[in-house]
Design a protein around this ligand. Structure first.
Ligand code: AMP
Length: 125
């Protein structure tokens, strides 16, 4: 079944992209913005978000152009390298929707590292 994605222009990451609220930026290009998570869950916890208006990873994968998808994941790789995560490894997480525990409805990838990050996931109920 085709899903209709409705983007909320007032979500907190939209406001960060528009410069309406600050962030602790580590990287920015045409396709992506990366900044430190405000409530870090690991010694290094960075969020990478596309500059386009996509609600979730499935919205992004379905509706973003090939150029946007490539540009975004190239940026993820650059950020991981720049922040020293590639040497010892790191975890990427993309929470999606209600069951995925997504809080902010603008697609984002969490990069977590700087130490072992523990079990992949708690068992679902
Ligand atoms: P998620 O649950 O995957 O939607 O994750 C949203 C993440 O955004 C959480 O880890 C929050 O700590 C983080 N967050 C919320 N507001 C901000 C903000 N203003 N700056 C940086 N990170 C934020």
């Amino acid at each position: 079944m085709a899903v209709t994605y409705t983007y909320d222009d007032e979500n907190i990451f939209a406001k960060i992209l528009k410069g309406e609220i600050p962030c602790n930026e580590v990287y920015r290009d045409e396709y992506a913005l990366a900044f430190h998570d405000i409530a870090p869950q690991a010694p290094t916890h960075i969020l990478v978000i596309p500059t386009g208006k996509y609600v979730s990873i499935d919205d992004f994968g379905t509706n973003a152009s090939a150029e946007e998808v490539t540009g975004f994941y190239k940026a993820v790789a650059k950020v991981a390298e720049q922040e020293g995560l590639t040497e010892n490894g790191f975890r990427t997480i993309a929470n999606t929707g209600d069951h995925g525990g997504q809080e902010v409805p603008h697609y984002h990838v969490h990069l977590l590292g700087g130490a072992k990050v523990g079990p992949m996931v708690m068992k679902a109920a």
